[in-house]
Design a protein around this ligand. Structure first.
Ligand SMILES: [Zn+2]
Ligand SMILES: [Zn+2]
Length: 82
């Protein structure tokens, strides 16, 4: 399993729940919650967040430049080909 967004194979395709603008990928959440990562305030009002605990998803931080807010986005990982 690998994340197509982390590997540069597809854009994050996350739309802001507030203004519907395409959101920027800020990378994996695990890169942000490391010991030296800056604190990123998260809002959790995205409807897709039920899946955030699923380990088949790669959790990303996405940013809306219009609303200037960050939210979590779960990216479905791809199965590796045989
Ligand atoms: Zn990823
Ligand atoms: Zn927005």
């Amino acid at each position: 399993m690998f994340c197509p967004v982390c590997n540069g194979l597809q854009p994050i395709n996350a739309a802001c729940a507030n203004c519907d603008l395409a959101m920027e990928d800020w990378g994996r959440m695990t890169d942000w919650i490391g010991p030296y990562a800056p604190y990123v305030p998260l809002e959790t009002d995205m409807t897709s967040l039920d899946q955030s605990a699923d380990d088949k998803n790669c959790l990303h931080i996405v940013y809306c430049p219009s609303c200037q807010r960050t939210v979590e986005a779960a990216v479905a990982e791809w199965g590796s080909p045989h």
